[in-house]
Write a protein that binds this ligand. Structure first.
Ligand code: AMP
Length: 286
């Protein structure tokens, strides 16, 4: 028998977390949009190493989707998600709020955060307002759950950096932790959106990771002409049938453009590319 709690309201999750805190237990939050997979579970397992209790939230946040994006099509699989979490036994509570719980005044009348700078580059340039929506919901989830730490995946590297900035700039009393990207055996990063791929697209999809690996190898071999590397990667992706949004080499710390000199670990190469109707993102630290 699993003793997973599934709660839907702010009052209920606060009561549960309040009991744990009263017992001096450390609480971690793993926010997700559901359709759970090994990547999500790996974050819960990592969170578990630093916390006595792990809360996983499942909420498909409307304010981070732009017009014409896949908000309505996004897979909602709560029954399967619950089974997966129960079989893994790492998560103590699933928090599954509805829109009214997260946005009590509605999304139109919601207080919204506006993120500066790098939140409007890379994916933020292609998806205007996306990271404002991400910050808006993460801030709400942190205020509702009040965890000691929040665990995010490096898979969404820009999102991780945005949340780090959000927490630092608003003095939110929470520690931001991150876990590595889990991949299929062929290199494709595990993602809820992979299910949109046709079988033919699925065969080509690992080329995204392979292309990033090529850029990483060139950088490690000492190449510093980032534009040339980015251009070669775009060409390779197009040859594989992708429509790339971007491939960019950035500083890992703050996503600023690097200036030519870098020590190991200081860079990240990020890409977003369409394969048919599916937009895939990935990145590698260099
Ligand atoms: P999502 O449900 O896609 O919003 O993702 C929820 C969290 O899981 C985010 O912090 C993601 O970065 C993380 N995540 C998504 N895919 C993976 C993966 N393949 N490996 C590790 N973490 C992931």
């Amino acid at each position: 028998m699993s003793d997973l709690s599934v709660v839907h309201t702010t009052a209920d999750i606060r009561e549960l977390v309040g009991e744990w805190r009263a017992a001096h237990e450390v609480v971690a939050l793993v926010p997700t949009m559901g359709n759970l997979h090994d990547g999500h579970l790996s974050l819960a397992q990592l969170a578990r190493k630093t916390a006595d209790r792990v809360v996983m939230s499942i909420y498909v946040n409307p304010t981070q989707f732009g017009p014409g994006e896949d908000f309505h099509a996004y897979p909602r699989t709560l029954a399967e998600d619950r089974e997966l979490v129960e079989s893994d036994a790492t998560v103590d509570a699933l928090f599954v709020p509805n829109d009214a719980e997260v946005y009590p005044f509605g999304t139109e009348q919601a207080v919204r955060l506006v993120m500066p700078g790098f939140a409007n580059e890379l994916c933020g340039a292609i998806r205007p307002g996306h990271f404002d929506g991400v910050s808006t919901v993460v801030c709400r989830l942190l205020n509702i759950v009040m965890p000691d730490s929040v665990m995010l995946g490096c898979k969404d590297y820009q999102q991780l950096k945005v949340v780090e900035r959000l927490v630092a700039d608003l003095h939110l009393p929470v520690e931001v932790l991150s876990g590595p990207t889990r991949r299929h055996a062929d290199g494709l990063a595990i993602s809820s959106r992979n299910r949109y791929l046709t079988s033919d697209e699925r065969r080509h999809a690992p080329a995204l990771h392979a292309t990033l690996k090529d850029v990483k190898a060139a950088l490690e071999a000492g190449q510093v002409d980032y534009q040339q590397l980015e251009g070669a990667a775009l060409t390779k992706l197009r040859a594989e049938g992708f429509k790339p949004d971007y491939v960019e080499v950035r500083q890992a710390r703050d996503l600023a453009r690097p200036n030519g000199q870098h020590a190991p670990g200081e860079l990240v190469v990020l890409a977003a590319a369409w394969l048919g109707k599916t937009r895939l993102i990935d990145n590698l630290r260099v």
